[in-house]
Design a binder for this molecule. Structure first.
Ligand SMILES: [Zn+2]
Ligand SMILES: [Zn+2]
Length: 722
């Protein structure tokens, strides 16, 4: 094993602390403000602005925007907002953007694909685009209340306290008049200001922080009014009844509950938020974070979404004398650095887009202030420290920073990511094989799928997620076909947890073998991936079932097909009427009896890849186009189709566009019987002038394999290279 290899767990090695919370009652709590910043935090903010030009620039910007907002009257929308996932073009599945205002609480909405402008229709949630604009206005008022409170605390200028008071009291007067409504537009449930408890909680966090910053300006009567007509009903009617267990949404709920508890000095609320035995803050970290630091939903987006939901409570508790920044929370900052691609981007597994860690640098400002881990420094430097958390919590004098990305191969059994990486800097080739826990409601049926990155780009793709309101989410993103893995009988895999069988390096070849787990009844599917060089990756997909099935091995790439005229004659191929498949277009099929097939694609101008497929047994090769970002964003899909009970697919990706010569042969067991390829496969690979013999033996049988040079390889290792 390469010295550079390490498991995430070993790298983190955290200790889980548990503190019993002492009772925190109004009498024992420090004076307001005590949520976002306490008195000391306000003093530190003043010093930061005085000492650092980046902080001064941010502060001046915040102050100017807040001052400007004073000029427009507080005019609350007539109704609550719509769900962000409904803000998509019903024709193209693309996210809309807001155009010009065309009437009271009415706007134009622009589709980026069809070059057409849409109008909202309040009668249907999926068309209530004005409701999305209204959601943004509610959010902006809550944010304004916080900013007004901050400017008031730092400058003492009462105009800003007046404005924050005005916003808060207006909502206290209006809140209960907004009808409960949900993401589908159904009334009587969901939220009031927002269409779901999650968004209501985010809004309430800001409202509580804003109220806390100007709390000294409210009379006792006003405080009671805010509690009775805004804060408590939001908790009692929208947030507290939705108990979600270990869930990213619950983390945000907990912050809303805890912040209102700290605001009102309500010990019971504080206890629910932090210590609820099923879903409090402590349980979220103890049960929701894998021991590699990654959030259990297996989605990069939700990982950070969860983290940003956790810190408001951790800060408020800290301001009130309770330390919630434990080692498990720290692991959530460390884990993504180990998972990231060489350009510091996280893959879009499960319901997620890709996440650029540089885009999260502001969260790492807070992390550095609390944990002082120098591994976060490159992110801080790159962001030029322009974010809000840098302004509020950033450390003024940072130590010098080292290299920014994790290098070498690494395997994380906890989340189920085996990462093979060769090459240098952002040009390196990185492949992440995914075999871990399904990830709950945000999981995708994609065991043994992978994302492939090279030269600064994702080459082998995962569709990630479209907006949840788009039909593509259900009909494409959540199908196995949309992933780089095995589909059986045109039906998606069952949610499953796989396992890593082998991971290591031999003769300069990095490899991983993973078992997909119980994805189909009576089927065993193992994938061996061998990164021979930064340009050549060989896959051996071994499938064994208790009955014959239609097997489709899918691969999705960026770019366009460039199939040579010399390749075997193709016939056009009509996709079956099965979920996912009907989105395949311009497909051709080629039948290969033996030998091999090389198909080229253009990844971008001047950059080609080549897929080489060793037939061994008859195979149908289908090349067509699948979906990336929208129904118009078509990218190559390859299906290797075979009807079999037991088989091995042997194929390679060459990232410099030249064919890899592949030859597959059988190995023998100790008694001299030939083993089926699904059990053991010896693969000879030639690329350029180099040659490798790879033996894939996931069941670890003692076997004998004839090497190309005539020698016999005797081993019971799951993987061998000669
Ligand atoms: Zn459109
Ligand atoms: Zn996916």
């Amino acid at each position: 094993m390469n010295a550079a290899k390490l498991t995430f767990t070993a790298a983190l090695g955290f200790i889980c602390c548990s503190f019993g919370s002492l009772a925190q009652t109004d009498a024992s709590l420090p004076p307001h403000p005590r949520l976002l910043l306490n008195e000391e935090g306000v003093q530190q903010l003043k010093q930061r602005v005085a000492a650092a030009s980046w902080a001064k620039a941010s502060w001046e910007q915040l102050k100017a925007n807040t001052e400007k907002a004073l000029l427009s009257p507080v005019e609350l929308p007539p109704r609550g907002g719509n769900w962000s996932h409904n803000y998509v073009c019903p024709t193209h599945g693309a996210r809309l953007s807001q155009g010009r205002k065309i009437g009271p609480w009415q706007w134009e909405h622009i589709c980026p694909v069809g070059d057409h402008v849409l109008r909202g229709d309040v009668s249907k949630a999926t068309l209530d685009f004005d409701g999305n604009a209204i959601a943004a206005i509610h959010g902006a008022y809550a944010e304004q209340a916080v900013n007004d409170g901050l400017v008031y605390q730092v400058t003492g200028d009462k105009r800003f306290a007046v404005r924050a008071r005005e916003i808060l009291l207006a909502y206290a007067e209006r809140y209960l008049k907004y009808g409960l409504h949900d993401n589908q537009g159904k009334s009587g449930q969901g939220g009031r200001v927002a269409s779901q408890s999650l968004t209501e909680a985010s809004w309430l966090i800001d409202m509580a922080e804003g109220a806390d910053l100007v709390w000294d300006t409210f009379s006792q009567n006003e405080r009671e009014l805010l509690a009775a007509k805004l804060f408590r009903p939001a908790l009692d009617q929208v947030i507290l009844p939705r108990r979600l267990g270990i869930h990213n949404i619950q983390c945000r709920h907990n912050s809303a509950i805890g912040l209102v508890g700290y605001l009102l000095g309500d010990e019971k609320l504080i206890k629910i938020a932090i210590d609820d035995p099923a879903m409090g803050y402590r349980q979220q970290l103890a049960k929701g974070v894998h021991d590699d630091g990654m959030w259990l939903e297996g989605s990069s987006g939700y990982h950070f979404y969860t983290m940003s939901g956790l810190w408001p409570l951790a800060e408020a508790a800290r301001n009130c004398g309770l330390e919630l920044y434990n080692e498990k929370y720290r692991a959530m900052f460390d884990g993504p650095l180990n998972l990231a691609m060489p350009n510091l981007t996280l893959p879009n597994f499960n319901d997620s887009g890709t996440v650029a860690l540089r885009g999260q640098s502001d969260l790492y400002e807070l992390a550095f202030a609390r944990y002082h881990n120098n591994a976060y420094l490159p992110l801080l430097k790159d962001s030029e420290r322009r974010g809000r958390l840098a302004l509020l919590f950033g450390v003024v004098d940072l130590p010098p920073c080292g290299p920014s990305a994790t290098t070498g191969c690494r395997n994380s059994p906890a989340s189920g990511y085996a990462i093979l990486q060769q090459g240098t800097n952002t040009d390196a080739t990185w492949l992440c094989l995914k075999y871990g826990p399904h990830g709950g409601g945000h999981g995708h049926p994609d065991k043994n799928s992978f994302v492939l990155y090279s030269r600064g780009k994702i080459v082998g793709t995962d569709a990630g997620t479209h907006a949840y309101g788009s039909p593509l989410h259900r009909d494409w993103d959540k199908t196995t076909l949309a992933h780089n893995t095995l589909v059986i009988d045109e039906t998606s895999q069952a949610p499953a947890t796989g396992k890593c069988i082998a991971f290591g390096t031999e003769h300069g070849v990095d490899y991983a073998i993973t078992d997909a787990g119980p994805i189909y009844k009576g089927v065993k599917y193992t994938r061996s991936v061998a990164m021979l060089t930064p340009e050549v990756i060989v896959f051996v997909d071994q499938v064994e079932s208790d009955a014959p099935h239609a097997l489709d091995l899918a691969y999705h790439s960026i770019g366009t097909w460039e199939i040579a005229d010399s390749s075997p004659v193709a016939r056009s191929w009509m996709p079956p009427d099965a979920t996912g498949y009907k989105h395949i277009s311009r497909a051709q099929a080629r039948l290969i009896d033996n030998g091999s097939l090389d198909l080229r694609m253009k990844l971008e101008d001047g950059w080609f890849s080549c897929l080489s497929i060793a037939a061994g047994e008859p195979i149908e090769i289908i090349s067509g186009y699948g979906i990336l970002k929208t129904t118009e964003d078509r990218v190559p899909i390859l299906l290797q189709r075979r009807h079999a009970q037991s088989t091995a697919f042997v194929w390679a990706i060459c990232l410099i566009g030249t064919p890899v010569k592949l030859r597959v042969s059988q190995a023998k067991d100790g008694s001299g019987n030939s083993l089926p390829l699904a059990t053991a496969a010896l693969v000879q690979a030639n690329a350029g002038k180099r040659q490798w013999a790879l033996l894939c033996n996931p069941a670890r049988l003692p076997l004998v394999a004839p090497l190309p040079n005539g020698a016999l390889l005797r081993t019971d290792a799951p993987f061998a290279v000669r």
